[in-house]
Write a protein that binds this ligand. Structure first.
Ligand SMILES: [Zn+2]
Length: 264
């Protein structure tokens, strides 16, 4: 390798001021000999190094730059911390959200159930009131009908005498369209699970007693029995009779009549 070639490899380092003292001295001695090629090459190297200097970062950053850099680093560190915190926070919020949704769902379901129960209770109350109302209406209707039957001059009064002279008679009122009202005062109360049953005795010869409704007098022996739809027409009925029967009544009398009243 010629001297020039050896020195050329050292030019960039020399331009940068990076050569050690013996190398620098040797190169400067060569340049002092007036080698034009090496002088040209050194000029190029210096130009290149000057260009590189623009690209290279400042070797010693200014205080302002240092400050900015530190700020940036701190900010990044903060951001990193926050992002780490955020990462751990996401599952918490997710769970909190899920839990909240769960609670809301449970509450809604519970609320819906409660609402359903409330609605059911209200419906039951309404139904009960309606039933009561209907019952009252029916009672009122029956009372009106009874009053009409009893007070209508067209009705036929039938006294039912007791077979026992100690027992007061019963009174029946028969309206050809509205039915029969049978009333009792101080009527002996039958033994428990026994009732009084009304029978229609037909005019037809050999006709069997036709069963009608049953009743139990109250503790004072009072009762009002409305037979809205008698099983036989008044004109075809000879008499009314009352027997004591098991609860629910009988299809035909099982005891002797306690009261009997002929229809005139
Ligand atoms: Zn040279």
């Amino acid at each position: 390798m010629s001297d020039c070639a050896k020195f050329r490899e050292m030019l960039e380092a020399y331009a940068l001021g990076a050569l050690d003292a013996p190398e620098r001295a040797a190169l400067e001695a060569h340049l002092a000999t007036g080698c034009n090629d090496c002088a040209k090459a050194l000029a190029e190297a210096r130009w290149l190094v000057s260009q590189l200097a623009y690209l290279a970062p400042e070797a010693a950053p200014s205080d302002m730059l240092k400050g900015r850099l530190l700020q940036t680093i701190r900010a990044e560190a903060q951001a990193a911390k926050q992002s780490a915190a955020l990462k751990s926070a996401i599952p918490f919020w997710m769970w909190a959200g899920v839990a909240a949704l769960f609670v809301v769902t449970i509450y809604s379901a519970w609320n819906a159930q409660r609402l359903q129960r409330d609605i059911q209770a209200t419906n039951q109350k309404a139904a009960a009131i309606l039933l009561q109302h209907r019952d009252l209406e029916a009672q009122l209707e029956a009372a009106k009908r009874e009053a009409t039957i009893v007070t209508d001059p067209a009705s036929v009064k039938i006294a039912l005498a007791s077979t026992d002279p100690q027992t007061p008679p019963l009174e029946a009122t028969w309206h050809s369209q509205l039915g029969i009202v049978l009333t009792g005062q101080k009527t002996p109360v039958p033994s428990s699970n026994r009732v009084l049953q009304l029978w229609l005795i037909p005019k037809a010869p050999g006709g069997k007693p036709i069963p009608s409704l049953t009743i139990r007098p109250d503790a004072d022996g009072k009762f009002v029995l409305l037979v809205a739809n008698p099983p036989e027409l008044m004109v075809q009925t000879k008499a009314l009779a009352i027997t004591e029967e098991p609860e629910g009544g009988s299809p035909q009398p099982t005891t002797a009549p306690r009261w009997v009243g002929g229809i005139s």
